[in-house]
Write a protein that binds this ligand. Structure first.
Ligand code: KG4
Ligand code: ZN
Length: 359
């Protein structure tokens, strides 16, 4: 490794040329190892790579934390070399390193944080802990038609289902969330019941294309109650009952998917009315769902507002979103105050502060 600031001493905190930040980003919060290089000066993603551990966990029907951490250990240095080559640069040309510090699996997070801190210490460059959820909701800012602040964010992933009022970077107000299963989790558990493997969200959606979305009259959870909270464990149980009763899997999948989308649309309309916001961001793995994207696009057209999704490949876990969130904070002078690191398996979005201040 050749570093341009080898002679810098003391190592911490290294100085940062805030205008010309090229960020290397590391994501390892769950079962994807991902790296990216982002050029803040040109507002350009130079390279990103994702290695999915699906095969490692396939036999277990879910993510095994120890196996996840071990696989990250193996992949991180290899993927880092590849992504740097893709970006056409060496470690010496990187100005800062951003890494996911939470929320996520503790051991998995530690491997990425340790790797990032190693790059930081050996190259004498700044490091910054990034919140994975902030990465998800800011990911649409990487697109050509980036949303302006403020906006309403719907974060729908394997671990989270939240409605958030986003006033600016670091100014987040939680409006509602799932009181039990996350939406991605409901997709995955339902898919498992249909024998579609893990994680089965995308496979369930493909199966749903062959089914009748009104074949099974599932109840839309919590829509008759006031408020913006969500609940999906009852729907998952209803899916289990229909499967046990021998219902056609494609019909169950299509009806399940439609019920989830109907429910989200009702809650989103309510949240938009309540907040007066007319821009919607949809992010997280489930934002890759095509019928969801179509329905919410139609809803925002009808309301005269706009909807913003990350590119499909940047909906599920990736490091491009961590690079962008990291850059937005690094360029405001924020950086880790300590060469050591502490991961944060639980790290709520609404505990964050605007850039430049410690979270
Ligand atoms: O954001 P993500 O990669 O990981 C977490 O941070 O949780 O989200 C993964 C989730 C999984 O539950 C997966 O089944 C779901 O996103 N997912 C989908 C689709 N693609 C991924 N769910 C429904 N339809 C899809 N097309
Ligand atoms: Zn995620």
């Amino acid at each position: 490794m050749v570093c341009k600031r080898q002679a810098a001493s003391p190592l911490f905190p290294p100085t940062l040329e805030v205008k010309r930040v090229r960020v290397l980003a590391v994501e390892s919060s769950c079962d994807e190892t991902a790296l990216a290089v982002y050029d803040g000066e040109r507002s350009q993603l130079l390279a990103h790579r994702v290695h999915s551990q699906t095969e490692v966990h396939a036999d277990y029907g879910g993510v095994v934390p120890e196996l996840a951490a071990r696989d990250h250990m193996r992949r991180l240095p290899v993927l880092a070399r590849q992504v740097m080559a893709d970006a056409g640069m060496g470690y010496g040309e990187i100005d800062a390193v951003a890494y996911t510090a939470g929320p996520g699996l503790a051991g998995a997070l530690m491997t990425g944080a340790a790797f990032a801190k190693g790059v930081s210490a050996s190259c004498g460059i700044s490091a910054l802990a990034v919140n994975h959820l902030e990465g998800h909701i800011l990911a649409p800012l990487l697109e050509a038609e980036a949303p302006a602040f403020p906006f309403l964010a719907l974060l729908v992933s394997g671990g989270h289902s939240q409605l958030i009022e986003v006033r600016a970077v670091g100014r987040y107000r939680l409006l509602g969330e799932s009181i039990d299963d996350a939406i991605g989790e409901a997709f995955d558990k339902s898919a498992k019941l249909m024998g579609l493997g893990y994680p089965g969200g995308a496979a369930l959606s493909r199966l749903a294309e062959d089914g009748d979305p009104v074949a099974v009259p599932f109840t839309r959870p919590m829509v008759n109650r006031p408020g913006l909270d969500l609940s999906f464990s009852g729907l998952k149980t209803a899916v289990a009952n229909e499967i046990a009763a021998g219902r056609d899997h494609a019909d169950v999948a299509a009806s399940f998917e439609r019920t989830v989308i109907d429910t989200l649309e009702i809650k989103l309309r309510r949240a938009l009315d309540q907040t007066g916001l007319d821009r919607l961001v949809v992010a997280g793995g489930v934002a890759a769902n095509r019928p969801l994207r179509e329905r919410l696009t139609g809803m925002m057209v009808e309301r005269g507002g706009s909807v913003h999704f990350p590119a499909i490949e940047l909906c599920t876990d990736n490091a491009a979103m961590i690079a962008l969130a990291g850059w937005l904070r690094l360029s405001a002078g924020e950086r880790d105050a300590d060469p050591g690191f502490a991961v944060r398996p639980r790290w709520p979005l609404d505990s964050l502060s605007p850039p430049g201040r410690a979270a």
